[in-house]
Design a protein around this ligand. Structure first.
Ligand code: GLY
Ligand code: MN
Ligand code: MN
Length: 439
């Protein structure tokens, strides 16, 4: 058993009840316009367990049967393959992807009927793929109707997240190797963006440089790269990337490379350099930046097994709220401003999310309703920010300043590792690097 996929399947199969059937639908091609499609990205659950790269696939796991891993895939088709590319096909699904048996995806209704017959429990991610949900429900109903003839329908549907997403939450060796490579490429992209961030450059040019760097190494953007100059940075998921960089602005770049299905997620904020390449925070920008940096550093310092993401969020909110008072954005007692939620005027998102195959990765944040203690092998972001609107009521020197600093953290046995530590965030280091054309 050599491939990471085979090892993951073995663990997954062992975690399922003997009489279960787990069903995982792959992604479909998405039409963009006319007969043009968006670039295809496999569903993360299917990718995690199989590595199978094509649209219209279905994986079925039956731990109690002799053939435990079934793949349904697009069959080979010489005419179609001439136009739209090679296919693995039914035989390839067995030979190259380790399925115990494989069938054409067109046989899904009949094969599911056979595979579900006699199982007690169906593991599925309800609501994730309504078409698949409907097919499974129809199949269960058909089996129920035939119980007098000796069929037996499953009695329960269980959310697959209780098993598979728990497994995805703790990164295995191969997942960590992919994340580390994703981080390396992401570091190069951010450094190139810093070097290029001069007044007169357009946001889309920086975006192109970041995405080009990902592609140059065989990766992809793990999510839409955010490049936001000036007040655009106060829009959390700004995607227009259409404005020119002006002297005196800050530039926020949130970009992460996806490598072999795993993505980094990194934000840096720094001053736009002059056309000649000199970069300097204004005193007001630097004050805001240092509050966010301190919040992030204190949050990171807490990260170790047993601590919760809520503890880290709480600490970041405390530092940010104290900062808001010190800057004159809010007035009052920080503890009271936190209790009343007043800080949300400038910090409206959570500090952390799980990171992995999806940028906002799977994994229960509060199993049984209780915040989850961190464990070795978990990876998540710490990304505090301050986003100050341009309204009349804001102090003029801070209007339109948006800062976020985001790193990727791995929990280890005795603490944590900041996977993205090679990407500069010290303000003086940034001033030296930004606009220099150097990396
Ligand atoms: N890039 C999305 C996020 O930071 O959560
Ligand atoms: Mn993030
Ligand atoms: Mn991000």
């Amino acid at each position: 058993m050599s491939s990471p996929y085979a090892r993951r399947r073995e663990r997954f199969l062992r975690a399922l009840p003997e009489r279960a059937c787990a069903i995982i639908g792959g992604a479909a091609e998405m039409r963009r316009n006319g007969d043009v499609h968006y670039p295809f990205r496999q569903h993360s659950d299917l990718l995690y367990l199989t590595g199978f790269p094509e649209p219209d696939a279905l994986a079925v796991f039956t731990p109690g049967r002799e053939r435990r891993f079934t793949l349904l895939v697009r069959p080979r088709d010489a005419e179609q393959e001439r136009w739209t590319g090679r296919r693995v096909g039914v035989e390839g699904a067995v030979e190259r992807y380790g399925a115990d048996q494989a069938f054409p995806i067109t046989e899904a209704p009949q094969r599911l009927h056979e595979l579900l017959d006699g199982c007690d429990e169906v593991f599925l991610h309800p609501g994730d793929n309504p078409e698949l949900d409907a097919l499974v429900l129809r199949t269960m109903a058909a089996l129920r109707r035939r119980e007098r003839q000796g069929c037996r329908a499953p009695r329960r549907i269980t959310d697959i997240q209780t098993v598979l997403h728990e497994q995805r939450l703790i990164k295995d060796e191969e997942a960590l190797a992919s994340l580390r490579r994703a981080v390396e490429i992401t570091a190069e992209a951010h450094r190139l963006a810093m070097g290029a961030a001069r007044a007169g450059t357009y946001e889309y040019e920086i975006e192109a440089l970041v995405d080009y760097t990902f592609r140059r190494h065989g990766g992809y953007p793990g999510y839409g790269t955010i490049v936001a100059a000036g007040a655009n940075a106060t829009i959390l998921h700004y995607v227009d990337a259409a404005d020119v960089l002006r002297p005196g602005q800050l530039l926020l770049v949130d970009g992460g490379c996806e490598w072999q299905g795993f993505t980094a997620d990194v934000t840096r904020t720094y001053p736009v350099a002059t056309a000649e390449g000199r970069a300097c925070f204004s005193p007001a920008q630097r004050r805001v930046y240092e509050v966010v940096l301190r919040a992030q550093q204190e949050g990171i310092a807490l990260a170790r097994p047993g601590v919760t993401i809520d503890d880290i969020h709480r600490r970041c909110i405390e530092v940010l709220t104290e900062g808001m008072v010190a800057l004159g954005l809010l007035s009052g007692q920080p503890a009271e401003l936190i209790d009343k939620g007043e800080y949300k005027r400038y910090y409206m998102h959570r500090t952390s999310h799980w990171l992995g195959m999806d940028v906002h990765d799977v994994g229960d944040y509060a199993p049984g309703g209780q915040p989850r203690p961190l464990q070795p092998g978990m990876v998540f972001t710490i990304e505090p920010g301050l986003y100050i609107g341009e309204g009349e009521q804001e102090p003029p020197e801070y209007r339109g300043i948006g800062v976020r600093i985001e790193d990727d953290i791995l929990i280890t046995e005795d603490g944590h590792e900041v996977l993205t530590r090679a990407i500069p965030k010290d303000p003086s280091e940034l001033e030296a690097l930004v606009g220099s054309g150097r990396t």
